[in-house]
Design a binder for this molecule. Structure first.
Ligand code: F6P
Length: 548
């Protein structure tokens, strides 16, 4: 048994769980008129309501005791002091420095001047593209930006660019290529004019198979469509920590935007990996995005734990995962422009928290990261909410919505808000058998053919309720608020890793598949029957070779 699951704080929560599991959430609201006030927090324009979870003040106190026992406050300050919190790779995790203003001394050196130099370089570059000063090889201004990258070098930039679409320049179109499947690349390139297309090759390592294959194909396309070798310099820029590989690709130092190995891929949108965002929304807005995140950083450091949004969000997740057995977590943005937010959080949470070994190298005896998934509302309501309301699994969900829409078309936003609030109420309240009957104005038991057929439907119309949700409302989806929301989730992930004693900054689990793909790649090129794997793997390879 681990020290975590045998600890007093953990055992107290375990004892407390059956008490809360028995409680009807409706009753908890009925008993306490201040429940919303007691279990919601505000930060700037953001309201986080976690009152629709099976919690009472004792639950929160016990969760905070667990956090203290795990040394959360110390761990937060260690990360912000630049300690090597990424212990399995022996390095610091300094993504917060990318949005910082003050000096940050690491190993005796202030790293902030370099961070600000890159931002200044991004600023110059961004304005030269946006104002048409930097031109393509035929003298025309750039109109299309194609960003090639995958994982953290794609998901953050796509998500933010889409989310902040109302702030984007109308004369610049952004495109993203991540998948190794040639479909994405060919579909996008088909629409573009090489004379006015700028490529950003974004890869921390500059060795990622998908990104490099796509980058080479893009370059080939550019040369085949009329560009010359010398024009590559003007039409291709790179964002990477690996200068040597970038130069080998043929991009010179002036066109390289550097970042550092202390930024994890999924934490990198604040760095030059965010260049596509800056090109789309302009550097002033990019700085506001950083500001929003910086403000949450400060709140995370300063606010008492019971009033600290990332701490509470993280601990509510722990309560659901470790004590109520939740295996999955839905992210439901009621804002179409946040349609990539669930995919972004999927990488942030699942690459960070999908761990089974603790910091001492021991296998954990408790659950860690949940499966994160989601779709924007109201689309999801007509697809998978059935399972959320009446399925056998209890899936905690985060609902997010702006109070003000960027696109106030007709009555749509009011309808959206009503649906958002109604869904969280329905999940909490459910519908009891008596209510189903009342609704049909039928009193049971009565006898008639109609009532018999009605009676049969009753169990299907009952909603158990008690389905936990967190609601996050904010005034408007602007760059600063989005920055705060993203940083809120980054720190939530950190909080959970401290409780679980795991490393949220490594991702060794992605390596094995990459290695094996390398071996299999070599086996696809000849006609020889493959027998060196298990029969399934051999069978798949051989079927492909026969049917290619
Ligand atoms: O395969 C996972 C991963 O290593 C992610 O962690 C990372 O964000 C992504 O690949 C892309 O890596 P790179 O930026 O080095 O191309």
């Amino acid at each position: 048994m681990s020290t975590l699951t045998t600890s007093t704080a953990w055992l107290s929560l375990q004892d407390h769980q059956p008490v809360m599991a028995k409680q009807d959430l409706r009753e908890l609201f009925a008993q306490d008129s201040q429940r919303f006030k007691n279990f919601s927090l505000k930060f700037n324009d953001i309201l986080m309501d976690y009152s629709k979870h099976p919690i009472n003040q004792n639950t929160i106190n016990l969760l905070l005791t667990l956090a203290r026992q795990q040394g959360l406050e110390k761990k937060i300050s260690e990360m912000f002091c630049g300690r090597r919190v990424n212990f399995s790779e022996d390095r610091a995790a300094l993504h917060f420095a990318l949005r910082r203003e003050d000096a940050l001394i690491i190993d005796g050196v202030d790293i902030m001047p370099e961070v600000h130099d890159v931002l200044t370089k991004m600023e110059r570059f961004t304005s030269s593209i946006r104002n048409g000063e930097r031109k393509g090889y035929s003298g025309k201004a750039f109109t299309d930006i194609v960003s090639i990258g995958i994982g953290g070098s794609n998901l953050g930039p796509v998500m933010v660019t889409e989310a902040l679409n109302p702030y984007s320049a109308s004369h610049i179109s952004s495109h993203f290529i991540s998948n190794i499947d040639g479909t994405q690349l060919s579909t996008i390139l088909k629409k573009l004019d090489p004379e006015t297309t700028l490529f950003i090759i974004a890869s921390k390592t500059f060795t990622t198979q998908e990104t490099m294959a796509n980058a080479h194909s893009a370059r080939k396309w550019f040369l085949a469509q009329g560009g010359c070798e010398k024009d590559v310099q003007n039409h291709f820029v790179a964002v990477s920590t690996n200068r040597m590989e970038v130069e080998k690709f043929g991009i010179n130092a002036d066109n390289i935007f550097k970042f550092w190995d202390w930024v994890g891929g999924r934490y990198s949108l604040w760095s030059a990996i965010g260049l596509p965002i800056a090109l789309s929304i302009g550097m002033e807005n990019f700085y506001l995005l950083l500001k929003g995140a910086r403000e949450i950083d400060q709140h995370f450091i300063d606010a008492p734990m019971e009033r600290n949004l990332p701490v509470i969000l993280g601990l509510i997740g722990i309560w659901q995962i470790n004590f109520f057995g939740a295996k999955s977590h839905a992210v439901l943005p009621y804002d179409q422009s946040l349609h990539r937010f669930p995919a972004y959080l999927q990488q942030l949470e699942m690459e960070s928290s999908g761990k089974r070994i603790d910091r001492n190298g021991n296998e954990v005896d408790y659950s860690t990261g949940a499966v994160v998934w989601g779709e924007p509302g109201t689309n999801g309501q007509h697809a998978f909410y059935q399972l959320l309301h009446q399925g056998t699994q209890i899936i905690p969900a985060d609902f997010l919505i702006p109070c003000i829409s960027h696109n106030p078309v007709g009555d749509q936003h009011r309808l959206l808000i009503a649906n958002f609030i109604a869904q969280t109420e329905a999940m909490m309240r459910g519908k009891r058998k008596t209510e189903v009957c009342e609704e049909y104005e039928v009193e049971l038991p009565k006898k008639s053919a109609i009532e018999d057929s009605f009676k049969k439907t009753i169990p299907h119309k009952v909603f158990p309720g008690g389905r936990p949700t967190t609601s996050i409302l904010f005034k408007k989806l602007d760059p600063k608020t989005l920055g705060s929301l993203i940083a809120l989730y980054e720190h939530k992930v950190f909080v959970q890793s401290v409780i679980w004693n795991t490393n949220p900054f490594d991702q060794w689990g992605v390596e094995l598949g990459k290695q094996l793909a390398g071996k299999i790649l070599g086996e696809l090129d000849n006609k020889i029957q493959i027998t060196s794997h298990d029969s399934s793997t051999n069978g798949l390879i051989n079927y492909f070779k026969e049917n290619r």
